[in-house]
Design a protein around this ligand. Structure first.
Ligand code: AMP
Ligand code: MG
Length: 481
């Protein structure tokens, strides 16, 4: 028998931590909630009935009008925003309402994002608008489909409750799921308050539940830091491979589990631009596409600072020094598969960089270029401004492939599994949002279906693989969500 959200046994874990890490905060009721999207696959993985019709009062549960958890909570964290210490932040609109054991025996935290004010709402209203909730719902699942570590989204619920941003919008709630929403900012919070025993307790808790392999090493806290460093580097390498730009890599948005977390003004590259800034509010380009690897390091330095009472500073410094090499190793692994190579050679960096220079000049569509390269499409050269340059590059690429042991068919298979056909382009999300604002939610579901299998050719989704139309150039996304 499958559980429903109303019957699944609760298995609290975060909620059993001492109260200094959170405030017990019930959600604020939201009138007339309407289930707009449901992730049957994730429900199943959570050990829940995939059929939403089997869940009684589902929409009410998913906005927190009905509560199961005796200890709904908002956690407290701090963080560095745009390079500045921002002090206390915390879950200003996300409330942990349940912890469930999934079908594989892992505890998963269930958060309702947009469930109302908490002690950490500061100037905010505790709500999330439908527009940004659709983006978070779809992108969480698009990233999962791409095989990139991410928080997940179980459901999207809309309501008629007005919410004011630049204009009047309506409130929505995304049901987020992750083994933990612990951020670098949780550690920063207690370190900067001088509560070093809390940092230690949090580090021990993190090791126990998420990094048990660190416990038996000579220096568990250093091992923890190195593991977080490696997962962060791997996550960012994944982002760079698919052209994902997070947009707000503040240290409070960095997951201790190396999950892509807090979808706001993110964007996937359309035409390649190394310095692409997807967040309209990021005037200086701190979080531009090509800055992400080094911002990962900057944020890890913030995390390292919180561990100075637990780990020798020289060891932390050495661990940070190794970040770049580790990042390059994992990035090379992604690029190896994107280019269809059996092994990566040091000289392949130059081949890759030359390609990027050519793409930068012409602004080729990132996703479609790689998909086309996977099939050795002759028409690719038409997309370049410097066609002679591309011909020369392509000839060198062919020479490189001639030294590679894979057959063309094997190579194509590898490349098609590394170069997605479909990503959540801004204009696709925007189309779904516009239709949703007119009461039609079908495009959300269509995108969800397509993006769950982004590497498969699906003729019915051909339109979703097209490069951005001209009107997409005027779209802007910012933090006001
Ligand atoms: P973000 O930019 O989404 O990472 O959010 C930064 C901080 O602002 C976090 O502490 C959020 O919980 C909080 N926040 C963002 N939007 C709201 C809102 N509408 N109401 C309350 N808190 C919010
Ligand atoms: Mg955030």
């Amino acid at each position: 028998m499958k559980y429903t959200l109303a019957t699944a046994p609760l298995t609290p874990r975060f909620a059993l931590l001492p109260s200094r890490y959170y405030s017990i905060t019930p959600p604020t009721p939201l009138p007339s909630p309407q289930l707009l999207a449901w992730n049957a696959g994730l429900a199943e993985a959570l050990g829940l009935d995939p059929d939403p019709a089997k869940h009684v009062q589902l929409a009410e549960l998913l906005v927190g009008n009905l509560l199961r958890h005796e200890r709904p909570l908002a956690s407290v964290y701090s963080g560095h925003q745009f390079g500045q210490w921002a002090g206390q932040l915390g879950d200003g609109r996300a409330i942990l309402v349940a912890e469930l054991t999934d079908a594989r025996g892992q505890i998963q935290e269930i958060q309702l994002k947009g469930a109302g004010m908490t002690p950490y709402s500061r100037m905010g209203d505790g709500r999330a608008v439908l527009r940004s909730s659709i983006r978070e719902y779809l992108c969480s699942e698009a990233m999962a489909g791409l095989g990139i570590p991410t928080t997940r989204a179980l459901a999207l619920v809309g309501s008629s409750e007005p919410v004011w941003r630049e204009t009047r919008e309506t409130a929505a709630v995304v049901t987020r799921v992750a083994p933990s929403f612990l951020r670098f900012g949780h550690f920063e919070h207690f370190y900067h308050r001088g509560e070093h025993d809390a940092v230690k307790e949090l580090a021990d808790w993190t090791i126990t539940h998420f990094y048990p392999e660190c416990r038996d090493t000579a220096q568990p806290y250093l091992a923890l830091f190195e593991a977080v460093r490696d997962r962060t580097a791997a996550m960012i390498a994944d982002w760079m491979g698919v052209g994902f730009c997070h947009g707000v890599m503040n240290s409070d948005n960095m997951s201790m589990l190396g999950l892509t977390l807090d979808y706001g003004p993110f964007g996937f590259l359309d035409g390649f631009d190394a310095g692409h800034i997807c967040n309209h509010s990021d005037h200086g380009g701190r979080y531009a596409f090509n800055q992400q690897p080094q911002i990962g390091l900057w944020n890890l330095a913030c995390l390292a600072q919180t561990l100075v009472d637990l780990v020798e500073v020289d060891n932390l410094r050495a661990a940070l020094d190794d970040y770049q090499t580790g990042f390059e190793r994992t990035y090379a692994e992604r690029l190896r598969r994107k280019l269809g190579l059996a092994e990566w050679r040091e000289t392949d960096w130059a081949l890759f960089t030359r390609l990027l220079d050519l793409m930068q000049a012409a602004g080729n569509d990132w996703t479609n270029f790689w998909r086309g390269l996977s099939r050795q499409q002759a028409s690719l050269r038409d997309g370049f401004l410097d066609r002679d340059g591309f011909d020369a590059w392509y000839a060198d690429y062919q020479t490189r492939l001639a030294a590679d042991p894979q057959t063309p068919a094997e190579r194509e298979t590898v490349m098609l599994a590394a170069n997605p056909k479909y990503v959540l382009r801004n204009h696709l999300a925007e189309t779904a949002i516009r239709q949703a604002n007119d009461g039609d939610f079908s495009e959300i579901l269509r995108l969800q279906r397509c993006l769950a299998r982004p590497f498969d050719d699906a003729p019915e989704f051909d339109d979703l693989a097209a490069a951005a139309p001209d009107w997409a150039a005027s779209l802007s996304v910012s933090c006001s969500s």
